[in-house]
Design a protein around this ligand. Structure first.
Ligand SMILES: O=c1[nH]c(NC[C@H](O)[C@H](O)[C@H](O)CO)c([N+](=O)[O-])c(=O)[nH]1
Length: 142
């Protein structure tokens, strides 16, 4: 299975933890390092365009978008989060390549840390599992 991961650098203290969780989970699922490509983008707003490139490349069976949008620190929270969510969904439907939304949208940094390997788990891990399962389902159908 080949996986493309688009990771936002904004709030990198969080997104690096999400990426670590995703990579560890993909390895546990048997995905080879050589079949994983990670691309860093400035922020979550840029995730969809890189996800689309991964999906259209023909070299990814699944794409994972990782980011952290924190309301307490931005006046355009809804726009950034909306673009990331809507964009990831559009890539999935436009290309047929499962594009997983692993973007945290939280009120504050503490909530984000709790969901990046803290007491609420790691959204990066969840996203990796969703990518592997959905790609497997599609492979069985197609
Ligand atoms: O990923 C994020 N990008 C953010 N902004 C940058 C945005 O994603 C774009 O990179 C930027 O608007 C340039 O297009 C955030 N805030 O503004 O706070 C944020 O919380 N998270």
């Amino acid at each position: 299975m080949r996986v493309g991961i688009a990771c936002a650098r904004f709030n990198e203290v969080i997104t690096k933890l999400l990426l670590d969780g995703a990579l560890e989970t993909l390895a546990r699922c048997g995905v080879r390092d050589s079949d994983i490509t990670v691309a860093w983008v400035p922020g979550s707003f840029e995730l969809p365009v890189v996800a689309h490139a991964f999906a259209k490349s023909g070299r990814c069976d699944a794409v994972i978008c990782l980011g952290a949008v924190i309301r307490g620190e931005t006046s355009h929270y809804d726009m950034v989060a909306g673009q990331a969510q809507g964009g990831a969904g559009a890539v999935s439907m436009d290309t047929g390549v499962p594009t997983i939304f692993g973007v945290l949208t939280t009120e504050n940094l503490e909530q984000a840390l709790n969901r990046a390997g803290g007491k609420s788990g790691n959204i990066g891990t969840n996203a990796a599992l969703a990518a592997v399962e959905t790609a497997s389902v599609l492979a069985a159908i197609n």
